[in-house]
Design a protein around this ligand. Structure first.
Ligand code: ATP
Ligand code: MG
Length: 266
């Protein structure tokens, strides 16, 4: 069996293959010892580790394992998953919305990290918890999808009263920037969570389209577990990316890119 493991800040992603068919699973980082125990029980596996917690995982393994820098593993995994989707993209931006967000330009089969932002999936969970007390990711995204941002976000058209704005009036001028003091006590969890998702989605997509210009690419490929069961984040990111002139693509199993890249390196 060949096994690629991407141990990230929040989740451990595992891709493994035997006789040509690949399987994907993920675990919370708190279960790193169970993942190590699973690997330790395998019969003659070939293992490659990547991600920020790969050193911790390695120290728990009794078997030999290769290690790979996560940006390279992710790049190789994205290429592989793109091939599987039948897509041929020569130049593109990859935005990995994990715990944090990392943005890369892929050209001539090589990746360069253009930058990133601390606004990512960790922000989504952390800020949502502070605002509503909810800890469960699935519950956060479920409630967020039922909320409206209208009373919390300030749009460009709200600032340009009685005047045509020089940019689309529906763009957000200020996330959480509306006149909140009078309504703060009556805002629902759904509204607050939708606005957190809006903040994360607009931040990562705005940076991505600027990166796409720098990379001279029109396509932005979004990956990372933040998009899982999260249609609202996808919608915000898709709408913003298109509005700013780029083409968004959500990769099937994209959150496993790092694990897949590690696996196929074996
Ligand atoms: P990084 O790459 O920044 O080290 P990571 O690889 O752990 O982190 P991902 O697994 O891509 O990051 O994404 C983590 C994010 O996915 C979380 O911050 C959260 O927003 C979201 N998420 C999706 N499913 C879950 C879950 N079951 N538990 C916790 N977070 C989840
Ligand atoms: Mg990651």
């Amino acid at each position: 069996m060949i096994v690629g493991i991407d141990a990230g800040g929040t989740l451990i992603k595992v891709a493994y293959s035997e006789n040509g068919s690949s399987q994907f699973t993920k675990y919370p980082i708190a279960e790193i010892e169970q993942v190590a125990a699973w690997v330790n029980e395998l019969d003659n596996p070939e293992v490659c580790l990547t991600g920020g917690k790969s050193g911790v995982l390695r120290s728990l393994l009794t078997k030999e394992a290769k290690e790979m820098v996560e940006f390279e593993a992710t790049h190789q995994g994205v290429q592989f998953l793109l091939d599987q989707m039948g897509r041929e993209e020569a130049v593109y931006v990859v935005t990995n919305v994990g715990t944090g967000t990392s943005i890369h330009c892929i050209q001539n089969n090589a990746q360069e990290r253009l930058g990133g932002t601390g606004v990512g999936g960790g922000t989504l969970v952390g800020l949502s918890h502070l605002l509503t007390g909810i800890t469960d990711f699935e519950e956060i995204v479920e409630l967020a999808s039922k909320g409206s941002r209208d009373r919390i976000d300030l749009k460009v058209k709200h600032i340009y009263e009685d005047k045509e704005p020089p940019i689309p009036g529906d763009l957000t001028a200020s996330n959480f920037g509306n006149d909140l003091f009078s309504v703060a006590g009556e805002l629902s969890k759904e509204e607050l969570l939708a606005t957190v998702v809006g903040l994360v989605g607009e931040t990562v997509s705005t940076l991505s389209v600027i990166a796409a210009r720098q990379c001279q690419s029109s396509t932005v490929i979004y990956i990372g577990s933040s998009f899982i069961h999260n249609p609202l984040l996808k919608e915000v990111v898709e709408t913003y990316t298109i509005l700013r002139g780029s083409k968004p693509l959500f990769l099937e199993n994209g959150e496993f890119s790092g694990a897949v890249g590690a696996m196929i390196s074996l």
